[in-house]
Design a protein around this ligand. Sequence first.
Ligand code: NCD
Ligand code: ZN
Ligand code: ZN
Length: 346
Amino acid sequence: MSATSITLTRPDDWHLHVRDGAAMASVVPASARQFARAVVMPNLKPPVTTAALAAAYRERIQATVPAGLDFQPLMTLYLTDNTPPEEAERAKAAGAVAFKYYPAGATTNSDAGVTDLRKTYKTLEALQKAGLLLLVHGEVTDPNVDVFDREQVFIERQLIPLRRDFPELKIVFEHATTKEAAAYVAQADGYIAATITPQHLLFNRNAIFTGGIRPHYYCLPVLKREEHRLALVQAATSGSPKFFLGTDSAPHAAHLKEHASGCAGCYSAPAAIELYAQAFDAAGALDKLEGFASFHGPDFYGLPRNTARVTLKREAWTVPEVLPFGDNTQIKPLMGGETLDWKLQP
Ligand code: NCD
Ligand code: ZN
Ligand code: ZN
């Protein structure tokens, strides 16, 4: 008989975008309801490039957490060509956990990203020394590389040399989307791990084109072929401590996704843990959800595991199709209007 209820240690989200201002106030409660902690991405406009900006951003986030919910934002700084090495110690002192490497132009708000990793080597040395992590958006930006191949090429051109030069820098391969990334991380030593999003576990690239172009399934790195989805499901449900939960929930107003040049990002926060439960259940691996969602992340970051527990029940419910977002706009959550089988109990 299949389980009707599962209880887990309270999970964390190791990759989250919450934006700022009124938009932030609309999305933070969804994550705070489910997760104890979240690693908050620094790709604001302008980006969060200093420890002081990260500390101020953390305070703005905390002000939007509903009373009675216990939610801790873990802050990251945006690495640029000009980040001074001293910023690593300042970041550590301010309680930040990592720097984020966006290759310039790779994704939403990445224009200020790194143009050449070698320009940042002194700062990477300082990160390694401070014990801060480097989180990577693992795609090359070379326009001659096919958009579906940009992750594999990143491993060859950038990640392998980077790890050779900084063997003790802890790296998170964010939102891994290919069998090559899953295999690379699985076989590597203990200094690299990967997050996996719910959309890359649940969908392949057909979802973007079913019956017409579907912008709410467009994110970066873009959804891949079915063989890649299967490899990601295998990695996430393998029990390997190198894979953990990072939603990459990336809210954009609906009208900016339903657009001639639509924004990349899936807004998964309203049903995040339920989406993962759906994927793990489909793989017959609900017993592996707790490690992925609640243990492997804190273990890799060197942080304590949570102690509170949460319960999911097998209970059909429909994800809202539209939600209010910021000042008078709307947002469409991932799988809005569709039924999920698992519901987090309040
Ligand atoms: C993210 C965003 O909108 O900030 N978008 C996305 O498609 N994943 C940026 C990112 O994580 O690459
Ligand atoms: Zn990214
Ligand atoms: Zn992201």
